[in-house]
Design a protein around this ligand. Structure first.
Ligand SMILES: [Zn+2]
Length: 564
């Protein structure tokens, strides 16, 4: 090395060292939390007692003595032995859908048609005539008479408003006479493909619409306004924070909704982190191809650098594309929504423009087609850090598991879908194929990591229900005994990593999120008990005491140990 380079090297090292010591030896912090059981969730599985935070970052972690003796802060929280884990990420969810569903009448747990009519009545009293009244969550299996209702009881309470009430599973709706008339549905209206209009003995529609028939009415419900979207996103954010979720990977947003969220950040109404996948090919996609991706906007509150595509439908309605026909419908092997060629073309376009692709694939054929398209696209555009994703990955052919890790394709999975579907999944798939269904352990054994999500509002928001499902493969009543294909269960630690560090990797954010190491964002959750070791049943009921995002308390259940 010549002397000049030696000098340059010396200066670089000296400057770096001085910078390092000033950054780390400045004893003033903005927040200190101590006396906790703090799971760093790093590779070494460190557990520390205290963290010091400056601005939105963790600056140091260690024992109570190490932190309290050296650092000072006006805000010091004695955790009194409580447990802290990194802020949770839901790697597959729908914020607007959640918020909008929270703005309509909640019918979950109602016990009769009359009880529902009373709730509708109250809503009608506050609604202008002619305007829609909506609800969701009814289930006639919980009523004294377990049969579909008809529109008469709704007509009585809502003669001048269209009423649209979605069943708990989202596959049926119950509407009143006004809504049927407004949609032009009469005894002469034929059942649409993939749907059914329930009728009485005289062929007259009774007010219950199944699957594709729902849209005959739903298509007449106006799109939410900007202010409704804003209110909806605000509700969804509050709901997430109350469950310890600090980041959501939103699987399908349009430009208008992204703009609403950006405006909320600007006005301080969005203390949250969104990683957005653009909702398919269309205007929003064209817009972002032109302007380029958004990365880490407003101190990491918003990133838009992915596109969401669909390869097939869902298993419940037999729309998922299978290699062999459905075991309970031998003439049917499901449905591809995009061809391999189309998936390939969009993936090439995304890779060339620095976007990630997240493709919904449920059946083994649906997954194979995406794997084929991704592999071809990667040969055409050899991007080494592409992190292409497949969402759901519910049924995989045994020969295809290895292709995920081989090509660095990340499975995004929702453990709770497994426990929601398991009681009928074997009917659809047969036992042999079911072994390759929701096969988390097989994917981990092949070297993959899994990004964990809930797919809310289809499933509940609480990520600990996902952790419970991943660990037990049982429903909340601990059925079936021993778990459904228990060889696929995950450990508690693995299940939490799906919702922390692995999810962070799936959004290119492992440098700033997913663990509580110094330098990372101060996003964390405080629980009253040790969520890594409590009996698994405790996961069903435990709730966060606090959620901290970027060093600020954004959710607080109790005040008694709040601040000194
Ligand atoms: Zn989804």
């Amino acid at each position: 090395m010549n002397p000049r380079n030696m000098i340059i090297l010396f200066v670089v090292i000296a400057t770096g060292t001085i910078w390092y010591f000033t950054m780390n030896n400045d004893p003033v912090a903005d927040m200190i939390v101590y006396n906790g059981r703090i799971y760093v969730m790093n590779e070494q599985n460190d557990v520390v007692e205290a963290l010091a935070i400056r601005r939105d970052r963790i600056i140091v972690s260690g024992t109570n003595d190490e932190i309290l003796q050296y650092y000072q802060s006006r805000k010091t929280i004695d955790l009194q032995g409580r447990t802290v884990i990194p802020g949770l990420t839901d790697a597959h969810a729908h914020m607007l859908g959640l918020g909008l569903s929270m703005m309509i009448i909640d019918l979950v747990g109602t016990r009769s048609a009359e009880e529902i009519a009373e709730l509708v009545h109250r809503q009608v009293e506050q609604t202008e005539s002619g305007k829609w009244v909506r609800g969701r969550g009814w289930d006639q299996n919980h009523w004294p008479v377990r049969e579909f209702p008809d529109h008469t009881v709704l007509n009585r309470v809502a003669p001048d408003n269209p009423v649209y009430l979605t069943r708990v599973d989202g596959h049926a709706s119950w509407v009143n006479r006004y809504a049927l008339d407004l949609s032009g549905i009469t005894r002469d209206t034929p059942d649409p493909d993939g749907g059914r209009i329930i009728r009485d003995a005289d062929c007259n529609p009774t007010g219950v619409l199944i699957d594709a028939a729902m849209s005959l009415v739903a298509d007449n419900i106006p799109e939410p306004t900007t202010s409704q979207k804003r209110a909806a996103l605000k509700l969804a954010i509050e709901e997430c924070l109350s469950y310890g979720i600090t980041t959501v990977h939103d699987m399908g947003m349009d430009l208008a909704t992204i703009d609403v969220y950006r405006d909320m950040i600007r006005t301080g109404d969005a203390a949250f982190r969104l990683y957005v996948a653009i909702d398919g090919v269309g205007d929003t996609w064209e817009h972002f191809l032109q302007r380029g991706r958004i990365a880490g906007h407003a101190r990491n509150m918003l990133t838009v650098r992915a596109i969401k595509l669909y390869s097939d439908g869902a298993l419940g309605s037999r729309g998922a594309a299978l290699i062999e026909p459905y075991s309970d419908d031998p003439g049917n092997d499901g449905l591809l929504l995009m061809s391999e060629e189309e998936l390939y073309n969009v993936t090439v376009q995304a890779l060339e423009n620095g976007f990630q692709v997240c493709t919904h694939a449920i059946g083994d054929r649906g997954n194979r087609v995406v794997l084929n398209a991704y592999e071809r696209a990667l040969r055409r555009v050899p991007a080494h850090n592409h992190r292409l994703r497949i969402e759901h990955v519910q049924v995989v052919h045994p020969e295809d598991f290895i292709r995920f890790n081989k090509y660095g394709i990340i499975p995004g999975m929702q453990p709770i879908h497994c426990t929601s579907d398991m009681f009928w999944a074997v009917d659809r798939l047969g036992v042999e194929r079911a072994r390759g269904a929701y096969a988390w352990r097989t994917l981990l054994d092949r070297g993959s990591i899994i990004a964990g999500g809930s797919d809310f509002p289809v499933e509940p928001v609480n990520p600990l229900l996902g952790v419970f499902a991943a660990e037990t493969r049982q429903d909340e009543n601990f059925e079936p005994e021993g778990g459904w294909f228990p060889e696929q269960r995950l450990t508690r630690d693995e299940a939490f990593r799906m919702f922390t560090s692995w999810a962070a990797f799936a959004s290119f954010e492992e440098e700033i999120k997913g663990t509580l190491e110094p330098g990372k964002l101060a996003d964390f959750v405080v629980y009253p008990d040790d969520v890594l070791t409590i009996d698994v049943s405790g996961l069903l009921t435990i709730r966060p005491d606090k959620t901290v995002l970027g060093g600020k308390i954004v959710f607080d259940r109790h005040d008694e140990y709040a601040l000194d």
